[in-house]
Design a protein around this ligand. Structure first.
Ligand SMILES: [Zn+2]
Length: 228
């Protein structure tokens, strides 16, 4: 238990605080702009279907999913899933989110490199992020450096994917906003509301990446102090 409460634990707390702030921030942006209806009167699912069609994407299904999870695009099943509160909503928040998921579908259709890389390495990185920390801590407890190093390498794989998600997420949002503007699905003030929602959503990925980098830094510091 010692390793959970040494001074470097402050890095974990900073990461947790960042993530908490970012998720509060995106939730309040979504709550605010979900109350603002778009002038077009188009629902988020209609907007998604139109954006896909106009980008020549005909093999993606727009589906409604229950509450609890989050909206997502699945490149393997070619499904663009919108939460129930977004699916039939005409709000600028929901349309912005739907357009962002279309951004991912367009990345997939155009073989956007970071997304392709992410798909291939995701399972390995997920394994690394699940096990790396415990392997490293086991190495520290038993004073066996090669095990600590292995844990740090595994954990780094998990950190890498959180960093790789940043270009993917920001690119999807930037595609979304360009399309919403050029197709006049949202205009003027509406567009700036959607931008605020998508920027706040992007910051949750920045917080997640920062927090995993801080955890990695902690493991490295612990491993160094052990060696001194
Ligand atoms: Zn996304």
């Amino acid at each position: 238990m010692f390793y959970y409460y040494d001074w470097t634990y402050i890095l974990v707390l900073i990461g947790a605080a960042l993530s908490l702030w970012a998720s509060g921030n995106v939730n309040s942006a979504i709550a605010k702009y979900r109350k603002v209806g778009s002038q077009s009167g188009m629902t988020a699912s209609e907007a998604a279907r139109r954006i896909l069609r106009e980008n020549g994407i005909f093999d993606v299904t727009v589906k409604q999913i229950g509450q609890g999870a989050s909206d997502y695009y699945n490149p393997s099943t070619k499904e663009l899933c919108l939460l129930a509160p977004n699916y039939n909503s005409t709000s600028i928040a929901s349309i912005g989110i739907a357009a962002h998921e279309c951004g991912h579908a367009i990345q997939d259709a155009t073989d956007y490199a970071p997304l392709t890389i992410q798909r291939y390495i995701a399972p390995v990185c997920a394994f690394g992020s699940r096990t790396g920390f415990y392997v490293a801590i086991a190495g520290l407890i038993f004073g066996y450096q090669p095990l600590t190093n292995l844990g740090i390498i595994l954990f780094s794989l998990g950190v890498f994917i959180t960093i790789l998600l940043l270009p993917i997420e920001f690119d999807a949002s930037s595609r979304a906003l360009k399309i919403l503007q050029s197709k006049q699905i949202l205009t003027g003030e509406e567009l700036s509301g959607a931008r605020k929602v998508l920027t706040a959503a992007g910051l949750t990925y920045v917080a997640a990446a920062a927090s995993s980098i801080l955890s990695l830094l902690r493991l490295v510091l612990l491993s160094r102090s052990r060696n001194d």
